[in-house]
Write a protein that binds this ligand. Structure first.
Ligand SMILES: C[S@@+](CC[C@H](N)C(=O)[O-])C[C@H]1O[C@@H](n2cnc3c(N)ncnc32)[C@H](O)[C@@H]1O
Length: 232
């Protein structure tokens, strides 16, 4: 894997994650070593050409913070006609996904370990994504941590600029108060139209596979909230 792009020292941006590397299992480390060339997106300040990245022209879906990749892998296999970009800073999860993707012979997947904000800002060209998925983002439930929540107006501005007109933005969470925060924030954004009849939550969409954090929420008897928006 290539060296990471160095951040200027004055970059004190509030991030939506804390890098807890955790231990890479030998299988995850091997997958990162051996499969990066095939699946990896190296950080760069230059925009990517999605057709060049995948070697074909097809609609591109991006999943932000895919965790251990259960949903993303299932999507790649279910929809071979679409291309998928996953972005996740937690490398054990990335290693796991690369191992399973290689074993399954997946060809329509590319993965970045950058901060999603950097990937979207620097490498994903404007109006290039057919859909964006954000499932079970860290809820940062303490009030003093709300500033770390990835969903805010600036984030919606960025996503809107990367989606094609008519593109979809799907979200899910098991944290009721964050669900309302997400709904209120995206409902208020002029580029997005809530696709639920009442401008509210939808029932679990058929294209979302149960994720690790969703299972964790369900075990704690949390309700699951799904949202679907279309970009104008
Ligand atoms: C609560 S976990 C949910 C993971 C997965 N979507 C699931 O449902 O199991 C949130 C994930 O988002 C990742 N994440 C948070 N902020 C990120 C960012 N700015 N860029 C990339 N990944 C991010 C974290 O590393 C973490 O794995």
């Amino acid at each position: 894997m290539s060296a990471t792009v160095h951040k200027p020292e004055h970059d004190r941006r509030i991030r939506s994650f804390v890098r807890r590397e955790g231990r890479l299992s030998p299988a995850q480390a091997n997958a990162l070593d051996e499969q990066w060339e095939r699946f990896g997106i190296d950080p760069s300040a230059a925009p990517l050409d999605p057709n060049e990245l995948f070697g074909r022209e097809a609609p591109v879906v991006c999943e932000i913070g895919f965790g251990n990749g259960d949903n993303l892998l299932a999507a790649c296999l279910r929809e071979p006609e679409r291309n998928f970009i996953g972005v996740e800073v937690h490398r054990p999860g990335v290693g796991r996904l690369l191992r399973l993707a290689a074993e399954a012979g997946v060809e329509n997947l590319r993965v970045s370990t950058a901060d999603a904000i950097d990937l979207l800002t620097q490498q994903i060209p404007p109006t290039s994504l057919a859909a964006l998925w954000l499932y079970f983002p860290d809820p940062w439930h303490k009030k003093r941590h709300h500033k770390r929540r990835i969903v805010n107006t600036e984030f919606c501005d960025l996503l809107a600029s990367r989606l094609v007109p008519g593109g979809e933005f799907q979200l899910a969470t098991d944290w009721a108060e964050y669900a309302e925060w997400m709904r209120d924030c995206v409902n208020a954004h002029p580029a997005f139209v809530n696709q639920a009849a009442e401008g509210d939550f939808i029932s679990t969409p058929s294209n979302r596979t149960e994720t690790r954090f969703e299972r964790r929420g369900l075990k704690r008897e949390h309700q699951i909230f799904d949202l679907l928006y279309r970009r104008i």
